[in-house]
Design a protein around this ligand. Sequence first.
Ligand code: ATP
Length: 140
Amino acid sequence: MAKEKSCGAVVYKSQKDGSVKYLLLHYEAGHWDFPKGNQEKNEKEEQTAAREIKEETGIEDIEILDGFREIINYFYKKGEETVYKEVVFFIVQSATESVKLSREHIGYAWMSYEHAQRKLTFNTSKDLLRKVNQFLYKRK
Ligand code: ATP
């Protein structure tokens, strides 16, 4: 079976009141999800995540948080072929507000935890965001 590996990040920014907003992207295919993309040869997972954030959102001021690395996985059909996909996610803090989308996406939004949970399309991403939110909460 074909296998693919991507890396991505849950990007957040801190608000003045101490709460956080998460960055969601509206994919052309219709779903809302986090920035991510294929890991290229000789790239470390963190480098892939950083590159994809830059390509997909234009955001360059990022801090990858220590101590969080979560893998989600799913199967999808590519023509006749079934692909097993793993995506490694990090948590990234940024102070950048404005997003410059690439062609892959048709929209974005900074959302509260509750709003993001309603907007996310895939259950794997909802589970991930729950873990991210807990991680950030415990860190305070
Ligand atoms: P990448 O952004 O990693 O380079 P891609 O754009 O080639 O990858 P995916 O985003 O993995 O591909 O999408 C391939 C298929 O898998 C699409 O049909 C998409 O709807 C589906 N898919 C994407 N994310 C998930 C998920 N978390 N759970 C289930 N299916 C998903």
